[in-house]
Design a protein around this ligand. Structure first.
Ligand code: SF4
Length: 355
């Protein structure tokens, strides 16, 4: 499979229409061309500013427009973020993502954000942020601080977008992605399944992502977590096999990207997650909570990795010599790590995300 940027909607639809086993087989073949099939990259996501977002994304409990019980929280102190990053690293995460519920960062936020990037990166982790829309200058200053990835999901297809969000346009999304790309950072952009979109909308969203000037290096595929108080609290459940199909088609159309099994993983049993890995997912969020929605407990992820003989992928940066991840130790996958004394970090408070 070559890397293409000229996908037609009909081709994407034809992939979705394949018999399930044929699709899974093709996706796994493509996956093996570009990735280690027994390795999954692990990221941790921390909410550095929760709630009171002025945007109206109909799926989001952090929008100030819906009565969801999520309380507004101030920006987390730098020290608290660093403690959470340290704990995440010790738990096996190689990438630390920091999210703020903003329409866009303000000028005065930039020095704080730059310092976070420098400090987390200095710990030997890859850094990612998701802060809403970015101007060209803001993207440049985050890149200058060393930010590796910027997450900005397209959420759904361009023709369904205004059903989901009215406070910004699909083009606004694309403009931010362009600013991120131009600044030299890696793009993390994917979507959410379960918003009420049609099969055609799903195929179109993947076509639009795959036809960007470069494929997003990371493509999160989220399953809607239905949050009480949001307009989508009673949406129809997404069929498990339909969800797996989205992963498989994303893998085939963007063969080099990391396809991330993202929000909604808590509702998936082990067998479904294994099928998602088979379909080409090779990245997960690991941690107690994903922003404000539940995420499987660390220990259950470790158990699943052990059952499937999956290794957590290494960071682009070397682990430092002092810290060994709990996941490496518990899986017994790293002999050198297992022979080293484990650094005690139990006194580090892990950040608590609001439900
Ligand atoms: S998804 Fe992001 S931009 Fe939309 S309401 Fe939630 S926090 Fe705000």
């Amino acid at each position: 499979m070559t890397v293409r940027h000229n996908w037609r909607l009909q081709e994407a639809q034809a992939l979705f229409d394949k018999p399930f086993m044929d699709l899974l087989f093709e996706a796994q073949q493509v996956h093996r061309q570009y990735h280690n099939p027994n390795e999954v990259q692990v990221s941790t996501l921390l909410s550095i500013k929760t709630g009171a977002c002025p945007e109206d994304c109909k799926y989001c409990p952090q929008s100030a427009r819906y009565n969801t019980g999520v309380q507004r929280e101030r920006l987390l102190e730098i020290q608290k973020v660093l403690e959470a990053a340290k704990a995440a690293k010790a738990s096996g995460s190689t990438r630390f993502c920091m999210g703020a519920a903003w329409r866009n960062p303000k000028k005065g936020d930039m020095p704080y954000l730059q310092q976070l990037v420098r400090e987390v990166k200095g710990m030997g982790m890859e850094t990612c942020m998701t802060l809403g829309m970015l101007s060209k200058d803001q993207a440049d200053s985050l890149a200058e601080a060393g930010l590796d990835y910027y997450n900005h999901n397209v959420d759904t297809s361009s023709d369904f977008y205004e059903e989901v969000i009215t406070t910004r346009t699909y083009q606004d999304r694309l403009d931010t992605l362009e600013n991120v790309r131009e600044a030299g950072m890696k793009v993390c952009s994917g979507g959410i399944i379960g918003l009420g979109e049609s099969a055609e909308n799903r195929a179109k969203m993947l076509t639009e992502l795959a036809n960007l000037p470069t494929h997003p290096q990371s493509v999160p595929i989220n399953r809607l977590v239905k949050c009480e108080g949001t307009p989508y609290q009673a949406n129809e459940e997404v069929d498990d096999f339909d969800f797996i199909r989205v992963i498989a088609v994303a893998r085939i159309m963007m063969p080099q990207s990391m396809v991330r099994l993202s929000a909604g993983r808590e509702s998936m049993n082990e067998q479904m997650q294994a099928l998602c890995f088979m379909a080409g997912a090779n990245s997960i969020f690991y941690g107690c909570k994903l922003l404000t929605t539940p995420n499987p407990e660390e220990s259950s992820d470790q158990k699943l990795f052990r059952k499937l003989n999956i290794s957590p992928a290494k960071s682009a940066y070397q682990y430092d010599e002092e810290t060994t991840s709990d996941m490496e130790l518990s899986l017994g996958l790293n002999e050198r790590a297992a022979s080293k004394p484990k650094k005690k970090i139990s006194d580090i408070p892990i950040a608590v995300y609001r439900p």
